[in-house]
Design a protein around this ligand. Structure first.
Ligand SMILES: Nc1ncnc2c1ncn2[C@@H]1O[C@H](COP(=O)(O)OP(=O)(O)OP(=O)(O)O)[C@@H](O)[C@H]1O
Ligand SMILES: Nc1nc2c(c(=O)[nH]1)N=C(CO)CN2
Length: 617
């Protein structure tokens, strides 16, 4: 799949050793006489340039040029990677302006990496940077591109300063198509990619775990590592570098940067609608809504999601607005909302992505088929593999959002529990969150790294599992979230559980979920085992004593113990509960906080919970 130009240059490299090649280019102004050469050589020479051991790489091209010669590539779009860095002024604003100016200069952004806040490298006595990268297509030649980027840097206030010193914006070219470029002022691939985690992390985000084009294959080959860029990134430390002092993955929100992976955030729901299934009509007056918000915050909610439209069939507290209308989103953000939660991921208002691109707030893109009135129609409930199809459909929505100008680093993904899903689908989703991430990751690592929101609270599928009206589905909600989070790595064979979980909602959900768990989820992964994890919520306590392969749930006066050596464990666990119960009653911090802490330990997911006012009363 070489394009013509790449073929030509490839063959020219074969003909001329490097030094001569430079002269040749300058003197003859790159008149492309290569068609005849091409014929002469035949395509078998390609393999001479097969790079290293990297499997899919077929070839790459080198050309040496100077900015003053007319040796520039024109007319064909090239795929390019550009990194962004900023540590002076309003760093996010600098990024936003840089992207805008790039777009206005014929540099079209197709993908965004995640956003990182990083410790300064080389010159360490300077403010922290934000770093990211974009994949773009452009017809600009490499030197034209460089001078365009330099002009943008200047327009954004960049002046000559110390090497590696503070700067409002830094724009570097990492890759330019499949080409290597070397001149006095430009070296591509950028020479210092390989040593810089703050460059490698965003670069990896721009790829998928699958190699989808020759250009991407060439980028892998440039790493000079048998495992390509992925191998090099692994050697540098890969994900273990993220979350350490040096480097956080963040989303910009409320004029700050939120490292969402530090702990699970809890989103309280406030429905200011008359007809919401869970709390409809309860908070219609301003006073009752405000006092409910206060209560939720005092109970540990990190953000409040205000639903102004029913979709029925903080140290820094954030306000999210649940809407699929662009006008509502615009108005809400102008009035101080920090987040827009769009259950349609842009499907119900063709202006939504455009409006969101201009706003600076995070955007929750949720998976749903149809609209709230048609989502449960039979045609919208057909799935062969629910997690795979959600991944693919949600990925398409997010890509469209990205192509419309919403940077991936502002997007939060949500599989849409209860929206165009049957009960069994919802349970598969709860169990399959990591699969969804992984599946999305084959196409885009940045989207697969996005914060994930799930909202099972009091939803109908819980009522179907444990027949209870919405207001009594809180324990089931907790159980479902717990199950989503824990069962993946924890549940082993539980032959005894069936006779034990008759009326207890937690157990019923767990039974449901375990019965749908795939064999791979029955593997115990020792590294993920926390010996004792306590989750307490609204009247029941789940106790996970995982090193002994036991799960127990405690409800009112009953204790259920599942797993090996049940009887022996039962006594021990009962004693544990007896002693802990008293302590737990005295604990003053709200249960949501406990949940958030537990979830943060292993799963990097946000949970959406209803409000539980009397956790320990
Ligand atoms: N791939 C490249 N991308 C951007 N600039 C490059 C590249 N290769 C060479 N240069 C040259 O490097 C010069 C210095 O660039 P810049 O001011 O961005 O350096 P820096 O940010 O301090 O260091 P670094 O480029 O290592 O991050 C530029 O003026 C440009 O001519
Ligand atoms: N963390 C971090 N450190 C840097 C950066 C940067 O973008 N991020 N850029 C530099 C100049 O190239 C020097 N040091």
């Amino acid at each position: 799949m070489f394009d013509f130009l790449a073929e030509c240059e490839l063959f020219m490299v074969l003909f001329y050793p490097c030094d001569q090649w430079l002269d040749y280019c300058i003197n003859i102004h790159f008149v492309y006489p290569q068609m005849s050469i091409l014929k002469y050589l035949g395509t078998s020479r390609h393999k001479l340039f097969a790079a290293g051991k990297y499997p899919k790489v077929l070839s790459f091209s080198t050309f040496h040029t100077t900015p003053n010669s007319s040796v520039e590539l024109h007319s064909q779009e090239k795929e390019v990677v550009i990194t962004l860095g900023s540590n002076v002024g309003d760093r996010l604003h600098n990024f936003k302006e840089a992207l805008k100016l790039m777009k206005n200069s014929g540099i079209n952004i197709t993908r965004h990496a995640c956003l990182y806040e990083t410790a300064p490298a080389y010159v360490t006595d300077q403010p922290r940077f934000i770093n990211s990268a974009v994949r773009v297509v452009t017809k600009l030649g490499p030197h034209e591109l460089l001078s365009t980027l330099k002009r943008i840097e200047k327009d954004l206030g960049r002046t000559d300063g110390i090497r590696y010193g503070p700067r409002p914006i830094d724009l570097d070219i990492l890759f330019y198509g499949k080409y290597k470029v070397r001149s006095d002022i430009l070296t591509v691939p950028h020479e210092r990619i390989w040593e810089r985690p703050f460059v490698m992390a965003p670069l990896m985000d721009l790829l998928g775990s699958a190699i989808d084009s020759d250009t991407v294959a060439a980028w892998h080959s440039f790493a000079g590592h048998s495992g390509g860029l992925s191998g090099l990134w692994e050697d540098l430390g890969s994900e273990s570098l993220i979350g350490e002092e040096g480097m956080y993955r963040v989303i910009p929100v409320a004029k700050g940067l939120l490292d969402w992976s530090r702990r699970t955030s809890v989103m309280g729901i406030l429905n200011v609608t008359p007809d919401s299934f869970s709390d409809g009509g309860n908070f219609l007056s301003v006073e009752s809504a405000v006092s409910q918000v206060r209560l939720m915050i005092s109970e540990g909610a990190d953000m409040i999601d205000i639903g102004a439209q029913s979709t029925r069939p903080m140290a820094r507290k954030l306000i999210s607005v649940d809407t699929f209308y662009s006008e509502v989103a615009l108005e809400a953000v102008s009035n101080g909302a920090h987040l827009i939660n769009d259950v349609s991921a842009g499907q119900l208002d063709s202006n939504m992505f455009k409006v969101m691109a201009d706003l600076d707030v995070p955007y929750v893109a949720m998976h749903m088929r149809g609209d709230p009135s048609t989502m449960q129609n039979s045609e919208n409930l057909k799935y062969d593999n629910v997690c795979k199809e959600i991944s693919s459909e949600l990925y398409s929505r997010v890509r469209e959002a990205e192509m419309s100008g919403i940077p991936a680093w502002r997007i939060i993904i949500d599989p849409g529990i209860g929206f165009s899903k049957k009960t069994e689908h919802n349970l598969e989703i709860l169990l399959g969150l990591p699969d969804i991430r992984k599946e999305i990751g084959t196409r885009s690592l940045s989207i697969s790294h996005a914060p994930m929101l799930i909202g099972p609270s009091r939803k109908r599928f819980l009522g179907e599992i444990c027949p209870r009206p919405a207001a009594e589905r809180d324990p089931a909600t907790i159980a479902s979230v717990t199950a989503a989070y824990l069962l993946l790595v924890l549940i082993v064979k539980l032959p005894e559980y069936l006779d034990l979980c008759s009326n207890n909602s937690v157990s019923v959900v767990l039974r449901y979920v375990t019965s749908t768990a795939s064999p791979k989820n029955h593997q115990i992964n020792k590294e993920n085992i926390h010996t004792q994890t306590l989750i307490s919520a609204g009247g029941f306590i789940c106790f996970f004593h995982l090193d002994i392969f036991t799960f127990a749930s405690f409800s009112a006066h009953k204790t259920f113990v599942f797993g090996r050596q049940r009887r022996k464990r039962e006594e021990k666990i009962r004693k544990f509960f007896d002693s802990t119960r008293k302590t737990l009653r005295k604990i003053s911090f709200p249960f949501t906080d406990i949940l958030a802490k537990v979830f943060f330990e292993t799963h990097k997911i946000s949970i959406q919970l209803p409000f539980f006012p009397h956790s320990f009363s």
